[in-house]
Design a protein around this ligand. Structure first.
Ligand code: BTN
Length: 145
């Protein structure tokens, strides 16, 4: 016990000087956003490619909401320092629309993972004259379920 004390002291000082290793931010898992939409990301491969499913809580249509597939990619380059950027597309299975999300996976001050995203929702319009009103923009914040 007496010999362990200096060792523990050195360890304590070393951790204090260099800090604990930063918590990694992983996209894999179940997420909910500020609208109440649910998203599941199954896995991210070595190239950063991922797939999953999205259950939106809201729709711009009058159609019945159905779970829809998503496909995306996260930064996995050699310069990746954690808190990666990513993008994904949701191909809505109950409408003729597509949404693209782009964002970053952060670890907040409480050590919780947060996905800060922006999106573009492209709806189908009948003709080119209506193109001006076809795209909505917004942001969503996702937390882990
Ligand atoms: C549609 O209405 O045609 C498809 C559903 C769109 C849902 C949008 S995508 C951006 C925003 N974030 C969500 O979680 N849901 C809405």
């Amino acid at each position: 016990m007496v010999q362990a004390t200096p060792f523990l002291l050195v360890l304590f000082l070393a951790l204090g000087a260099y800090g604990l290793p930063a918590k990694k931010c992983s996209l894999v898992g179940h997420w909910v956003n500020d609208l109440g939409s649910n998203m599941t990301i199954e896995s991210v491969n070595a190239n950063g490619v991922f797939a999953g499913s999205y259950h939106t809580a809201v729709t711009a249509t009058s159609n019945e909401i159905k779970v829809s597939p998503l496909q995306g990619s996260q930064q996995r380059g050699p310069n990746q320092k954690g808190q990666p950027t990513f993008g994904f597309t949701v191909n809505w299975s109950f409408s003729e629309s597509i949404t693209v999300f782009t964002g970053q996976c952060f670890v907040d001050d409480d050590g919780k993972e947060v996905l800060k995203t922006m999106w573009l929702l492209r709806s189908r319009v009948e003709n080119i004259k209506s193109d001006w009103k076809a795209t909505r923009v917004g942001n969503n914040v996702f937390t882990r379920l």
